[in-house]
Design a protein. Structure first.
Length: 546
């Protein structure tokens, strides 16, 4: 049993196995050199086998009896992310329509080698490494298989981000949505606005647990990525065929930026010089002023961002923008009048529409949370549908592209069990099975409309995940179920073989162990993963609460 996660389209088992030994070679054909470098690196760490480059294409094998080899090839005729892996008497051949396909095939090869292939040093240098004879044919269902990580509410140091890129790659996920700014911290260096990180990247203290909790952690929290850190993260992701989509959240979720540059706020409503980076959770009333100054400031931010991130899509947030300050602000009201807008929702549309045009003029595409539909969607904009399917359905019907990430299914900050010892106190219960039975394409869409569903994404908001152990606990094992939904062609939700998935998970947990992932065990949290009662209580009937 191969126990692949995510499961593959077709696996035909053979009999026998390919053995990798000190004499085995790895031949990376034209266009697959980067995958070859990656595979040689991870297998060298785990196995100690050098797998030198074959001198000639048919020199990939050792002597054919003790030391077979691995060959990577581009195969015209396969889709860019499609691959075929053949393990037989001549060795292991991984072919893909593009380097990405070969890379996903190499990930499958790693799974076939067993859990210890995920370690960073060999446990037993003398052991045998074998790949069963078989043929795997595989391709992804969706082209956007995303994970969003919020590094604003709790900062994840660079090494942790690189580790998450490795975890994504191991699950064949390919879009990293990097939530870099929010009320509680600004995390990316912008050279022309140094105070964004000098002031905006740290807060004096932090609300501990749910926003209604009476507890505070009375110590500064912060951190940011330098532009070189970002370049490294983007390059590391690219080596793993992952696109990094940065998010700069506007015009709401901007208190950290306003505290650094008070002129960005609604200065005719409140004294923005008294604001600091927010230390609590929820939705801040402090939103950007809809002024030319604000537009020019953020054009400057995005100019630097475009230099750092080559992705087609740039995320501009757009969610949960409270409009009270705009209602009270003579400046905002004058702008509404001057532009002939109906109301504050239309003002937000105008704001987002400005950046849609600005990004489009620079060859990029804007994506935002589904609130950007309110007041009219900018022409080329795509939507991250988070409040359910409705926003995504409306967007797809009007010809806009959509990433489905409804909070009812794939918000991995939500608790994964109703038990009193579940550590995360927010949201509704979303079990492993709930995530496994998530269907990204709602049945209401025609097939043409469904073509606008680029794919799906799981979101990790980190208000109650103060370190990587907490992030691991919330992400896993549910991210493995999500990856299968995003990659594999599963039947309709009710017909999905969850028991079969759990059987494969028994093997996958060993892989996660080797990777050092602090997942939630099937029997519930371990003693040190629990949280004290008052904060661990489910919130009856409460909406997801941040
Ligand atoms: C969101 O969860 N506010 C996008």
């Amino acid at each position: 049993m191969t126990s692949l996660i995510p499961t593959a389209r077709g696996v035909v088992a053979g009999s026998g196995e390919v053995r990798l030994t000190a004499r085995s070679r790895l031949s990376a054909g034209t266009g697959t050199e980067g995958v070859g470098r990656w595979l040689r690196g991870v297998l060298w760490q785990a196995t100690g086998l050098p797998l030198p480059e074959a001198r000639e294409p048919d020199d990939m094998q050792g002597d054919g009896t003790e030391g077979d080899g691995i060959a990577l090839r581009i195969a015209p005729g396969l889709g860019p992310e499609e691959y075929r892996l053949v393990s037989d008497g001549t060795g292991v051949l991984v072919e893909g329509g593009g380097a990405a396909g070969v890379f996903w095939g190499a990930q499958t090869l790693r799974q076939l080698l067993g859990p210890d292939a995920y370690r960073k040093a060999p446990l037993d240098p003398g052991r045998t490494w074998a790949v069963p004879h078989l043929t795997v044919e595989d391709a992804p269902r969706f082209r956007w298989r995303g994970l969003m990580l919020d590094v604003s509410r709790h900062f994840m140091p660079k090494d942790g981000v690189l580790r998450y890129l490795d975890l994504m790659a191991a699950h064949k996920l390919n879009v990293f949505h990097f939530h870099l700014t929010d009320d509680q911290g600004w995390r990316v260096e912008i050279k022309r606005y140094p105070r964004l990180t000098e002031t905006g990247s740290w807060r004096a203290r932090t609300k501990f647990g749910h926003r209604a909790s009476p507890l505070w952690e009375e110590k500064p929290h912060g951190g940011f990525y330098t532009q070189d850190d970002i370049r490294e993260i983007v390059a590391y992701a690219a080596e793993r065929h992952i696109t990094v989509v940065p998010e700069i959240d506007v015009p709401g979720h901007s208190q950290a930026a306003i505290s650094a540059y008070p002129e960005l706020g609604n200065t005719d409503v409140i004294d923005t010089t008294s604001l600091s980076v927010w230390d609590s959770w929820g939705i801040s009333a402090n939103v950007l002023a809809p002024t030319d100054n604000t537009l020019r400031f953020y054009e400057g931010v995005f100019e630097e961002l475009l230099e750092l991130f080559p992705s087609e899509f740039i995320h501009v947030g757009g969610d949960e923008c409270l409009k009270d300050q705009w209602r009270q602000s003579p400046t905002a009201q004058a702008r509404i009048k001057e532009l002939g807008l109906a109301d504050e929702d239309a003002l937000q549309s105008w704001f987002i529409g400005h950046f849609d045009k600005w990004l489009t003029a620079r060859g990029r595409r804007l994506i935002g949370w589904d609130e950007i539909l309110e007041g009219g969607l900018a022409d080329g904009a795509a939507v991250s549908s988070w409040r359910g399917y409705e926003g995504g359905i409306a967007a797809a019907r009007s010809g806009h592209d959509v990433v489905m990430c409804p909070e009812q299914h794939v918000y991995l900050d939500h608790r994964q069990d109703a038990g009193a010892d579940e550590p995360v106190p927010i949201g509704y219960v979303r079990t492993l099975e709930d995530v496994y039975r998530f269907e990204p394409v709602p049945p209401q869409l025609t097939s043409a409309e469904a073509g606008h569903v680029l794919g799906t994404q799981a979101n990790l908001w980190t208000e109650v995940m103060e370190d990587h152990a907490r992030v691991d606990y919330q992400a896993f094992p549910r991210l493995a179920a999500f990856a299968e939904v995003a990659w594999s062609a599963l039947p309709a939700p009710a017909e999905r073989d969850f028991a079969g998935f759990e059987e494969r998970m028994a093997v996958h947990y060993r892989r996660l162990d080797a990777l050092g992932v602090g997942y939630r065990p099937p029997a519930g949290p371990l003693p040190w993963q629990r949280r004290p009662g008052v904060l661990g209580r489910p919130i009856e009937g409460a909406p997801p609460n941040r």
